[in-house]
Design a protein around this ligand. Sequence first.
Ligand code: NAG
Ligand code: NAG
Length: 138
Amino acid sequence: MNRAFFSVALLLLVLLPGAPAREDSPEYCVTPFSILVSNSVTNAPNKTYSTCVVYRGILLEGMRRLQKTNKGFRFTYTEDPTYGPYLQSVNGLKGNTKDRTYWELLVKQANETIRLNVGIGAFIPSENDQIILNFKEY
Ligand SMILES: *[C@@H]1O[C@H](CO)[C@@H](O)[C@H](O)[C@H]1NC(C)=O
Ligand SMILES: *[C@@H]1O[C@H](CO)[C@@H](O)[C@H](O)[C@H]1NC(C)=O
């Protein structure tokens, strides 16, 4: 099958409203990436998880999928009217203004680690990205 056709077919499947829960089917989860949870406040040991998204799926989708399949990963977010979903807590640890802590979002691609310039509701992971959720003080 022609690659362009395959991409278009996949895109249609992803965008088709009311299609059966295809995003839950593992065969559509085509972009694997990992999530590293770190804590630069307490230096608690890092944890790494593997997950994936459907074609052009957002980070939030990969995090939901991970939460569904791995009881060791939990997160909550708030809905910011301007910036969209905002990561609030990971594995029970919540950023708060009193302690001036938050969850920093980074991505390690090849040799480079950069800050995400969009939130979990907008970032589209690429294959083999390592997303770093880092608990941090500001
Ligand atoms: C956790 O991972 C981050 C990012 O790779 C690294 O900078 C940090 O040193 C690690 N922390 C621990 C405690 O291993
Ligand atoms: C990563 O670093 C290695 C060794 O320094 C270099 O050969 C390679 O080209 C770099 N890859 C990218 C994508 O920058």
